[in-house]
Design a protein around this ligand. Structure first.
Ligand code: FMN
Length: 327
């Protein structure tokens, strides 16, 4: 048992969180992670309406008695989703743990706190983590440059970002981005984190709703098979390398602007990748860590072996270096 400040603050068994994932974070996956003692996350905006989100939460509850969280990604947009209505649905459904991401969670904190919802804010820099801590979140998830999705613009990998966060934060936090196994969990704990949040690893599991070809591509993929798009727009996203993301990189590098790639990056095409399995239908998200993913296990198995392997590394391999016999 790896017990940390995070497991205590959230009332979970293992310090392993499944981060929110658009089109992927549905009830079956989230419930499987939670049932195994980690913390699964339903992704609010994958559900077309707040009522659909409530139904999805109920579906997860039918699969596990353990707490399941909800990710609320609050991205600034010209025509934003009704974030306040999703927040209301989360609270009314009795969810007790929320992962926020995309923007400062402050506007939502009063409502969440008043209803006993604990917030884990996901961010990509120590300064944003400190800000989140100052507005009362329970924990932070700090994403290094390795991560799938939005790594921010600082380009600081976890090996520096995680201990830098540990030096400054007083609340529990998870290391996120580039984690797939017990080696990662043991390393995160050594660097000062209280646990890990994983995305890509959980996307490549049996309960993940993405098409089998996507899982096969992740297993076949290496750590070199991602692209960073939107660098010039200062809205960087790490996505799978394919014909579409190659073209987006090329158009923007030639001086194109968002209008020139808008159709290529449209979310409906990316969704087709996950639903139909056509890997070049659009942009889809995955991290460098696919280079460490070699199978498609049950999500609960990922939780169990990550913790068991980390324990074994901490107890045997690392203890060996510290033992008097080794020095
Ligand atoms: C397919 C996919 C979709 C994602 N969508 C979201 C999202 O909607 N909101 C969010 O906060 N993070 C999202 N993420 C990021 C993950 O929650 C997590 O931070 C990231 O995957 C960590 O990096 P890793 O893949 O190396 O574990 C997504 C990740 C993936 C792989």
């Amino acid at each position: 048992m790896v017990t940390t400040r995070l497991t205590e603050a959230l009332g979970i068994e293992h310090p392993v969180i499944q981060g929110g994932m658009m089109w992927v974070g549905r009830a079956e996956l989230a419930a499987a992670v939670s049932e195994a003692g980690g913390l699964g996350m339903i992704t609010a905006l994958t559900q077309p309406t707040p009522d659909d989100l409530v139904a999805e939460i109920e579906k997860a509850r039918a699969l596990t008695d353990k707490p399941v969280g909800v990710n609320l990604t609050i991205l600034p947009a010209i025509d934003p989703p009704p974030y306040d209505e999703y927040r209301r649905a989360i609270i009314d459904a009795g969810v007790t743990i929320v992962e926020t991401a995309g923007a400062n969670p402050e506007p939502h904190m009063d409502m969440f706190t008043a209803h006993g919802v604990r917030v884990i804010h996901k961010c990509t820099s120590v300064r944003h983590a400190l800000k989140a801590q100052s507005v009362g979140v329970t924990a932070v998830s700090i994403d290094g440059f390795e991560c799938a999705g939005h790594p921010g613009e600082d380009d600081v990998p976890g090996l520096v970002l995680v201990p830098a966060a540990a030096d400054r934060l007083t609340i529990p936090f998870t290391a996120c981005g580039g984690f797939a196994d017990g080696r990662g969990l043991a390393a995160a704990l050594a660097l000062g984190a209280d646990g890990i949040t994983m995305g890509s690893r959980f996307m490549c599991t049996q309960e993940s709703p993405v098409a089998p070809t996507v899982k096969e591509r992740i297993v076949a993929g290496t750590e070199r098979d991602t692209n960073l798009i939107f660098r010039q727009l200062r809205n960087t996203a790490r996505v799978a390398k394919n014909a579409v993301s190659d073209e987006v990189v090329e158009v923007l590098a030639r001086g194109g602007d968002f209008a020139d790639v808008r159709e290529l990056v449209a979310g409906r095409h990316g969704r087709k990748v996950f639903e139909d399995g056509d890997l070049d239908a659009g942009i889809w998200t995955v991290g460098l860590v696919q280079g460490l993913i070699h199978d498609v296990p049950a999500a609960g198995e990922v939780v169990r072996r990550t913790v068991a392997d980390a324990e074994q590394i901490l107890r045997d391999r690392l203890a060996m270096f510290a033992s008097p016999a080794a020095v």
